[in-house]
Write a protein that binds this ligand. Structure first.
Ligand SMILES: [Zn+2]
Length: 302
């Protein structure tokens, strides 16, 4: 049962102009006939932190362009923990995700990095490539929980809390502009910021997360980004299913252990630390006898 999401433009038109919170040059022209997205103009958005961390430490896979570098997922765990810590303890048996209340967070449909296990961490959201300055919208009605800047992580990001639509939290990261304040009530489809490449990012993209309590969901299971619609109007999810799926993902991730090479490290030292052998480390990481162990490189240890 597919249905185009077009509910949001009216909300936006009303709220954005009534609130009067946008700098004049960022007010976008609005046409009721446009079913979804209002394009920002192409003028460059000032974004001094863009790609501040590129190039990354030697030895890293850069990750797909318009994504986070692989290393980011390591660094981001602290931020994840912080976001996790503001999740209220919830006892949920079954949750119903109500997509009739939802709006796509952006127009672009170019997914640059999927949800799930990636190299050595779980990617708790999806990355969608965008043009710097593209409009970013609240994907469900809710309240602004965080508006922050994390230079080494999500860059400029916004966390929204939701009630009544199944999803309890969404995260929008690497923004160039944040237009909302903590405590503000937002409607689905309301503009909350502009896309960018702040924080650890290899190019302009939105890192988008959907969570129920502490458990991240794969946004692709709910939004049909390619067709600007949603997968199903309402999706009933027993908690054992979505929590079980995530637990399986964590179990998979925990099978692999990684080590970030520090000054003074040798393969022998690392092997002892991880209760393995030098030859096993060489094999896991494709290291030859003459390979140099660069500081900052992440090597797989199990
Ligand atoms: Zn991401």
């Amino acid at each position: 049962m597919r249905k185009t999401i077009s509910v949001i433009t009216a909300f936006f038109a009303a709220s954005a102009f009534a609130a009067g919170t946008y700098p004049s040059e960022e007010i976008v022209s609005y046409s009721p006939s446009v079913s979804f997205i209002l394009h920002e103009d192409e003028s460059p958005v000032e974004d001094s932190d863009s790609n501040a961390f590129a190039p990354f430490l030697p030895g890293f896979n850069a990750g797909p362009e318009g994504s986070e570098p692989d290393e980011f997922l390591d660094e981001a765990s602290a931020i994840d923990n912080m976001i996790d810590s503001i999740a209220e303890a919830t006892q949920i048996d079954t949750v119903e995700i109500d997509m009739t209340q939802a709006a796509l967070p952006l127009e672009s449909t170019r997914i640059t990095s999927p949800f799930g296990f990636r190299h050595y961490r779980i990617h708790k959201g999806i990355d969608i490539g965008l043009r710097r300055g593209d409009t970013i919208r609240a994907s469900f009605p809710g309240r602004v929980a965080r508006v922050r800047y994390e230079r080494r992580g999500y860059g400029r990001y916004i966390v929204l809390d939701h009630t009544g639509c199944g999803v309890t939290r969404t995260v929008y990261a690497h923004l160039s502009k944040q237009y909302v304040k903590v405590g503000q009530i937002v409607k689905a489809g309301e503009v909350i910021g502009l896309g960018g490449s702040t924080g650890r990012s290899t190019g302009p993209h939105l890192h988008f997360e959907m969570r129920v309590g502490d458990t991240p969901l794969n946004p692709n299971d709910y939004f049909d980004f390619a067709n600007h619609t949603f997968v199903q109007e309402k999706i009933k999810l027993p908690s054992v299913v979505f929590e079980g799926e995530y637990a399986a993902l964590q179990k998979e991730a925990s099978k692999h252990r990684y080590h970030k090479v520090r000054r003074g490290d040798t393969l022998g030292k690392i092997a002892r630390k991880y209760h393995t052998t030098v030859s096993r480390l060489r094999k896991l990481n494709g290291l030859g006898k003459k390979s140099i162990l660069r500081i900052g490189r992440i090597i797989r240890c199990s």
